[in-house]
Design a protein around this ligand. Structure first.
Ligand SMILES: Nc1ncnc2c1ncn2[C@@H]1O[C@H](COP(=O)(O)OP(=O)(O)OP(=O)(O)O)[C@@H](O)[C@H]1O
Length: 432
């Protein structure tokens, strides 16, 4: 069932709009503030948004800008009591789909909303300007590698496979490639979004619509085997450029017979591998600053060193998408600068506290252990290498287990000389 987000603080109007939405066979979700609306939009996807400009906590235009900054923004219909030309132009510039003045004529809204909901998401006009390559931030070596392939993909219209964990920026990268490759239409098909019985028809529609343009297939590993065959056939005809994203392990899927090997090779003429955010904490200062600017363009919100340390200590399971939300949280709760750890979402601060607790616990245990070792006659105090060996032994045993008992992988991951590691393993753990 399609879902419509209604961001409106006037209870009676929100209730009337909910009735219109239900009448169209869609599910209304109401938020009475801008921040509440943004949080709901982060948690689930919506097929349309009805947005009041005069909200109690922030301007609806700011909400619109934040919504439109997402990678696949829902179409937004603006409702306003202040119908200035400026607002209308700004709303259009920011990519609003429609603009209605209060008092609302519900009979006028209903057909417009119906038309919008009947359009497949991939066909909803994306009125916002095409992405600027400078919006993809990253300085880490792995990101630079990804950027090099993205640059090649912008210059040559070959199929591109973009892989990486959810939220790492695969869609953003694909949009940059499509936008920089020329003004051709971009049609987006999200494979895991459609029930099996509709997926075939939707894919055919998208293939048809994208002729002469670009088709972006998101989460390509979720395509059924028959639809993979359809895609292979379409790609051999070459009527459109195909870009595909995947956060699923396609090579494993090939071994399991769940993904066609020939399709994998057809798609991965160029392969952009986007690294997880936790592996590139060096990118956090620039990314966090840009995402804070994106969330609050007219505020200056530098991050304190403590807040940055907390960001760097966090695992980022949701990758950049989670950082986007975290920075929106900061904008909502931080009234003065700089941003302190207490302005960050709880999960991030808790992890930071936990890891500093663990560090303190390790220090305490080390002091107690040293006390015991050193409170004896000076002649009996172990030498430094013996002390170090005692610490290194459990450390190496634990590390090796985490890398499947493979010293080569462990050495590479720790940036350690392989011969040195092998010697230590032999001496300390008796491993050959
Ligand atoms: N390098 C980056 N610089 C700036 N913003 C980024 C970057 N990477 C991702 N983002 C932002 O993070 C959010 C998530 O990105 P995106 O949707 O492209 O991820 P994804 O890998 O396609 O996710 P999924 O696998 O769930 O489809 C978007 O708001 C995007 O603009």
């Amino acid at each position: 069932m399609p879902r419509v987000l209604i961001i409106e603080d006037e209870y009676a109007l929100a209730a009337a709009l909910s009735t219109v939405v239900r009448r169209l066979g869609a599910e209304p979700v109401v938020a009475a503030s801008g921040q509440g609306g943004l949080e709901k939009a982060q948690r689930q996807s919506f097929d349309a948004v009805l947005l009041d400009i005069g909200l109690p906590d922030m301007s609806g235009l700011k909400v619109l800008a934040t919504l439109r900054a997402g990678s696949m923004p829902p179409p937004v219909m603006i409702i306003t009591a202040h119908g200035t030309l400026d607002n209308a132009l700004e709303a259009r510039r920011l990519g609003a789909h429609d603009y209605f003045l209060k008092p609302l004529n519900l009979a006028e809204i209903q057909p417009q909303l119906r038309a919008l909901l009947e359009l497949p998401r991939s066909e909803v006009p994306q009125t916002a300007s095409s992405p600027d390559p400078s919006i993809m931030i990253g300085d880490a070596p792995d990101m630079q590698k990804a950027f090099a392939v993205i640059a090649q993909a912008c210059a040559t219209p070959v199929p591109v496979l973009l892989t990486g964990q959810p939220g790492t920026g695969k869609t953003l990268a694909a949009e940059v490639i499509a936008a920089q490759s020329g003004p051709r239409t971009l049609v987006i098909f999200r494979s895991d979004e459609w029930p099996a019985e509709q997926a075939g028809a939707m894919l055919s529609q998208c293939l048809e619509k994208s002729k002469g343009g670009t088709l972006l297939i998101e989460e390509v590993g979720a395509l059924s085997l028959p639809l993979q065959a359809t895609l292979c056939r379409a790609m051999s005809m070459g009527e459109q450029r195909v870009l595909a994203t995947s956060s699923l392990p396609l090579l494993e899927f090939i071994h399991q017979g769940r993904f066609r090997e020939d399709l994998y090779y057809l798609l991965s003429v160029l392969h952009v591998a986007i690294p997880p955010l936790a592996g590139r904490t060096g990118d956090l200062p620039a990314l966090a600053a840009a995402l804070l600017k994106r969330a609050a363009p007219d505020r200056d919100l530098p991050l304190s060193q403590e807040a940055m340390a907390a960001l760097k200590g966090y695992e980022w399971p949701g990758n950049v998408r989670e950082l986007v939300t975290a920075m929106q949280h900061v904008v909502a709760v931080c009234a003065t600068s700089p941003v302190l750890p207490r302005h960050l979402p709880e999960a991030i601060v808790n992890t930071a506290q936990e890891s500093s607790h663990l560090d303190q616990a390790l220090n305490r245990a080390l002091v107690a252990w040293l006390d015991q070792k050193l409170t004896c006659a000076e002649a009996l105090i172990p030498d430094y290498d013996t002390l170090l060996a005692q610490i290194e032994k459990p450390l190496l045993a634990e590390l090796l287990a985490r890398f499947e008992d493979k010293p080569t992988r462990l050495a590479a991951a720790l940036n350690m000389n392989r011969a040195t590691l092998r010697r230590k393993l032999r001496e300390l753990l008796g491993k050959e």
